[in-house]
Ligand binder design. Structure first.
Ligand code: NAP
Length: 334
């Protein structure tokens, strides 16, 4: 097939460590030589995309580059027998949008192993309301449940609660019968969080201990931490006996200062969450759950839909911690 023209957000390194971005005309001949060409209908904005768009070398090594770790769309060409033109599919994680042209372009070309058929029960748009953030929230909640945390053991705390991962974690935990405490830096978003199912909303300061104490009062049976840094050290020392804390994020910091005492005196566990390279079987299981048993009735209320033209502005906002819920990009609306 002749190359197809399309629009994409492209990030350039203007001079060493100075980055600019603009929407420009590309064509499919510039995409990597993989087996499956997908027309992207929706993408979504994750914190990692903003890092890629601003030159974070831990995410993206070389530029020009099109970020976008999430994409949902329709197969256009496939040399893989398992995928046929016309199939609706989703791609999240792996190397998409990191060092491979990502979902902020109207076409992507990816290996078949990265592709998942759109689960029954979800539209393409809804799959991107979840996106990597929702998938990560689901993985975090499942890890706590599989570890053995039950609603009878006490409350579960979610930090960075109005963010993408946080807001979906609050919703999934509440749907699973947990009493959820939401910690946020946005004092004006209490009703948003209680609307998602939080039983109580506390301020970010309550999860930012500045004492040198090795242990604080055990308040939570489990924690979904999306923030890292001092927030993570604080929640580790305020988790109750045999509780568990999941860690997926670093919006505050990638550092973690702790002692062994929460682990050896309270028997708490720290559970690491990675979505990019999550094994295929677990991926399928989690997407199945998100589309059926854990499907959120209010999923559409979590999303702000923007056209591609507004993406650059929203990249700045997510870096400032100013967005709430999920931001999805309608890739057909330029
Ligand atoms: N491990 C993985 O596979 C994986 C997958 C997805 C995401 N992540 C990571 O998870 C984190 C959250 O991602 P996201 O997409 O949910 O981002 P997001 O939508 O920007 O949400 C982050 C939230 O954290 C809070 N926050 C922001 N800056 C903060 C600061 N300096 N100190 C404390 N809290 C702060 C804010 O919520 P409040 O105002 O409500 O406090 C913000 O909305 C990121 O670090 C991302 O890279 C990891």
């Amino acid at each position: 097939m002749p190359p197809r023209p399309f629009k994409a957000l492209v990030v350039y390194e203007a001079e060493k460590n100075t980055f600019t971005r603009r929407i420009e005309e590309c064509d499919t001949s510039r995409l990597p030589e993989n087996e499956v060409l997908i027309q992207v209908k929706y993408s979504s904005l994750n914190y990692k995309d903003a890092l890629s768009a601003t030159g974070n070398r831990g995410v993206t090594r070389s530029y020009p580059h099109t970020p976008g770790i999430d994409a949902a769309g329709t197969v256009i060409e496939s040399s893989n027998s398992g995928l046929t033109p016309g199939d609706d599919v989703i791609v999240t994680g792996y190397d998409l949008g990191m060092n491979t042209h990502g979902g902020f372009g109207q076409y992507i070309r990816v290996p078949p192993e990265w592709v998942i058929r759109l689960p029954k029960g979800l539209t393409l748009r809804q799959s991107m309301i979840y996106g990597t953030a929702g998938f990560t929230a689901a993985q975090s909640v499942l890890r706590l449940i599989d570890y053995g945390i039950t609603p009878e053991q006490g409350t579960v705390l979610v930090t960075g609660a109005t963010g993408g991962v946080g807001s979906i974690a609050v919703s999934l935990l509440a749907k699973s019968g947990f009493q959820v405490i939401a910690a946020t830096g946005k004092a004006d978003q209490k009703s948003f969080l209680t609307g998602l199912g939080a039983a109580e909303v506390i301020s970010r300061e309550e999860t930012s201990d500045t004492s040198d104490r090795a242990l604080l009062r055990g308040r939570w049976a489990g924690v979904v931490d999306t923030v890292g840094g001092n927030t993570l050290s604080t929640v580790i020392k305020s988790t109750g006996y045999r509780g568990a804390v999941t860690t997926c994020g670093n919006v505050s910091s990638g550092d973690l200062h702790t002692t062994v005492y929460p682990f050896i005196l309270r028997g708490i566990s720290l559970l690491g969450i990675d979505s990019a390279n999550c094994p295929h079987g677990i991926r399928l299981h989690l997407w199945e759950k998100l589309s059926q048993e854990w499907k959120l009735e209010k999923i559409d209320q979590l999303a702000t839909e923007i056209p591609l033209a507004d993406l650059s502005n929203h990249i700045d906002l997510i870096l400032q911690g100013k967005l709430k819920g999920r931001t999805i990009v309608n890739m057909q609306n330029v």
